[in-house]
Design a protein. Structure first.
Lengths: 281, 317
């Protein structure tokens, strides 16, 4: 277990990794990555019960699925900073012959990845299947997943949301990165999704809001509450209220940095705002 | 000529159901999923005998494919069951990303393929599924010819690690392959030895090809018949060995000639041993309502059509 201070230190380093990775190849998705950095760091450092090493089946440990695969920069940084593969490999992000593809994949054998994602809306179904496999295996560990809020516009999610409640998949905590932004603008402008809490509840889920989704202590508290709701016959949804681009002032509160890389000066500014705590890759 | 006897007409989907039931007893990791078509897919026995390993998904095929992919994580071997149309076209991207690209050990089992679905008509008669599936890197594509072979194939694919598309049909058709056969993925089966023309057939067209070979024999034409139950990986060697001997080929499938077995054969021949080829299949068209026999007649997918194609291709040598 890391202290809040230690987690915040890791967050600062992961933010640096994200902007440096994206800057180097002038492509990738910094906005959503930065918005989920606190969550991903807290998840991998303190929340998931993980075995040492990596095996695909993940029996006897909590497992995580990233459905909104475009935030691969934060996923890769957190996986490497959590020991799944050498930190230096972040240098290869989006380059030819890399295991760090633009969107996460099992295809290149990168430890820590259990499913390809990128084409949106598929991860919840996969997480449900993995959760049902855990039940068959009498494995009491949990399945966690992360989804974009805009991603919920994909219909497959609602098939999965209906199914998980009907089949009492109560060893699953699905978190929605509730930042209100998508590529073309605010979700409320592109396709308003109404009251997500009410929708999940109407489908039969337990729903928890983490209002301060970029605050480590709030995340730890909210996810502990979410965990306490598992095993009670309902799947659990966490609405994680985040700020897209969090931690880099000019990237915050806008969809503009969803899929855009900073230039040299912008990189310098972003790095100046986030201390190098664990050593750059 | 070898004699083949129909031991009594049976549907290939029942072969799937029987194979799945055997697997339920034999392999505790096998799980089954269905999108509201248990009866149509003949999955009743598995459901009855192994309810804890059966997942009723409801009418939500995309979710079914994703859940199947997830079930592999934890060591399960999922068999999904629905009609071929909903097993492929409806869920292509889910199969592509969550199963094929992710390298998951999912068996996509697809019934009611092709025209012989019959009266339901073109919305349900997919004639493009072989093409869709064979284009996915790493996907194995199998289209067995009768009840016994479908049962054997169902059992065999559980022992193969990786994604498989298993295609079968609705109507009762001749059951003529051995009951105790061991199914070998990718190994074409020579059913008739011949010298004048090679007939490469898959699925329901294999029996029709045997009938055609008999008719050709009566006309003094020696036809070699090979059952291509596995369209991918294709048994290049068996195909080339036969065509090198006969010098021409007819391919026969209940599928669009664009994207089907015939095109895969044409590629192998073009690279290795160019030879005249005729294609039995639907020609860039949708199907329609009718009885299976009427449809196979109208769209030229029966023994008579194969005989005509064989005579035509021999003249092109």
């Amino acid at each position: 277990m890391s202290s809040v201070k230690e987690l915040e230190n890791t967050v600062s380093q992961v933010r640096r990794d994200i902007v440096r990775m994206v800057h180097k190849v002038n492509s990738g998705h910094p906005g959503g990555s930065l918005g989920c950095t606190e969550f991903m760091v807290a998840l991998y450092q303190n929340i998931l019960h993980r075995k040492p090493g990596f095996d695909m089946d993940g029996v006897g440990e909590d497992i995580f699925f990233l459905s909104n695969g475009h935030i691969s920069p934060v996923f890769y940084s957190v996986l490497s900073r959590s020991g799944y593969f050498p930190v230096d490999e972040l240098n290869t992000f989006r380059l030819l012959n890399s295991r760090l593809q633009g969107h996460p994949t099992t295809h290149e054998g990168l430890p820590g990845i259990r499913i390809a994602s990128g084409s949106l809306g598929q991860g919840l179904s996969v997480a449900i299947g993995a959760a049902q496999a855990k039940k068959l295996n009498k494995d009491v560990h949990l399945v966690y997943s992360l989804h974009g809020d805009g991603e919920l516009q994909e219909g497959q999610n609602w098939e999965a949301i209906m199914y998980a409640a009907a089949k009492k998949v109560d060893n699953l905590i699905a978190t929605v990165d509730f930042n209100g932004q998508q590529i073309d603008g605010a979700t409320n402008d592109v396709l308003p999704m109404g009251n997500l809490r009410a929708k999940f509840e109407a489908f039969g889920w337990d729903v928890i809001d983490i209002e301060k989704g970029n605050d480590i202590a709030s995340i730890l508290e909210g996810m502990a509450l979410a965990k306490s709701k598992t095993g009670k016959g309902k799947p659990v949804c966490v609405l994680l209220h985040t700020v897209m681009g969090n931690g880099v002032d000019f990237m915050m509160h806008t969809h503009a940095w969803h899929g855009k890389a900073p230039n040299d000066a912008q990189l310098e500014s972003a790095l100046a705002q986030n201390e190098e705590t664990l050593g750059d890759y | 000529m070898k004699k083949y006897t129909d031991s009594g007409k049976k549907d290939t989907r029942s072969g799937f159901g029987a194979g799945l039931d055997v697997l339920g007893e034999k392999n505790p990791n096998v799980v089954a999923l269905c999108a509201d078509l248990i009866g149509s897919l003949k999955m009743d026995n598995f459901v009855k005998n192994h309810p804890e390993r059966f997942f009723q998904i409801g009418i939500a095929e995309a979710n079914m494919i994703g859940i199947a992919a997830g079930l592999t994580i934890g060591g399960k071997i999922p068999f999904t069951g629905t009609f071929a149309n909903f097993s492929t076209g409806r869920v292509y991207d889910q199969i592509r990303q969550s199963v094929a690209y992710s390298g998951k050990n999912v068996k996509i089992c697809a019934s009611h393929a092709g025209l012989t679905l019959g009266e339901d008509g073109a919305t349900h008669q997919i004639l493009e599924d072989i093409g869709l599936m064979k284009m996915l890197p790493g996907m194995v594509v199998i289209n067995p010819c009768d009840y016994n072979q479908t049962k054997a194939a169902t059992i065999a694919i559980a022992d193969y690690e990786g994604p498989v598309y298993l295609r079968f049909g609705r109507p009762a058709v001749a059951n003529f392959t051995p009951e105790d056969q061991v199914f070998e993925i990718g190994k074409a089966l020579q059913l008739q030895d011949g010298t004048d023309v090679t007939i490469l057939a898959t699925g329901h067209l294999v029996w029709e090809s045997l009938l055609a070979a008999e008719q050709l024999h009566q006309k003094g034409i020696s036809a070699e018949v090979i059952n291509i139950h596995t369209i991918k990986p294709l048994d290049d060697e068996a195909i080339l060995a036969s065509v090198r001997k006969t010098g021409c080929v007819v391919t026969a499938e209940e599928h669009n000639i664009i994207g089907g077995l015939g095109e895969s054969v044409a590629r192998v021949l073009a690279i290795n041993h160019p030879a005249p080829q005729e294609f039995i299949g639907t020609n860039d068209t949708f199907g329609e309502s009718g009885t299976p026999a009427q449809l196979m007649e109208k769209y030229g997918l029966n023994a008579a059509a194969i005989v005509n194609a064989a005579e035509k291709v021999i003249k092109r040598k």
